[in-house]
Design a protein around this ligand. Structure first.
Ligand code: FE2
Length: 174
């Protein structure tokens, strides 16, 4: 989301209310209401909001022709593709179902699903910190920011807007 200034930010829970125990999340790939709009033609279903390191874990879905704008990761990312195909403009590989991806800290990239792809891609991303959107992947200017807190806010806003219980999200805060 566009952010021009930064403030101290919390998970929004009452002090001491963040749970520490194990938990599970039953994602539902076929329920459109559970897919939270993220970018044009792209949605996510959260699995974790990490209020300890600012990271998050999501399933990302992106339609053929969709693009996640260029962004810089200050921390590493792990991905695992469940469905479809996708790639980064800055690399020469194509991820398909079963492809594991490791992205080192310091990486700037632009995620695309080619327009002629035959189905949406769905990929699990484990992101270990915030990331910065750029107007260009090379020598780019910073234009926006996301992390576990902004992703949580986007998810809560969507859940409230369509009448889903945000307690489902709060269970994922660690
Ligand atoms: Fe990324």
């Amino acid at each position: 989301m566009p952010i021009q200034t930064f403030n101290f930010f919390t998970d929004g829970l009452q002090p001491g209310k963040r749970q520490l125990n194990e938990y599970t999340v039953d994602t539902d790939l076929d329920d459109d209401r559970r897919w939270i709009p993220f970018a044009d033609g792209a949605w996510f279903q959260p699995c974790q909001f990490n209020a300890s390191n600012g990271g998050f874990v999501v399933l990302l879905k992106a339609n053929p022709g969709a693009q996640i704008p260029p962004h810089y990761h200050a921390t590493s990312v792990i991905g695992y593709t469940l469905r479809g195909t996708w790639r980064y403009l800055e690399h020469d590989w194509i991820a398909k179902a079963g492809t594991f991806i490791y992205e080192p800290a310091g990486e700037a990239h632009t995620l695309v699903v080619d327009a002629d792809a035959t189905e949406p891609m769905i990929t699990l991303f484990i992101v270990s910190g915030g990331f910065i959107y750029l107007n260009n992947a090379v020598e780019g200017q910073m234009i926006a920011y996301d992390d576990g807190f902004t992703i949580l806010e986007i998810a809560r806003t969507h859940y409230k807007s369509i009448g889903l219980d945000t307690a489902f999200l709060d269970r994922m805060i660690r």
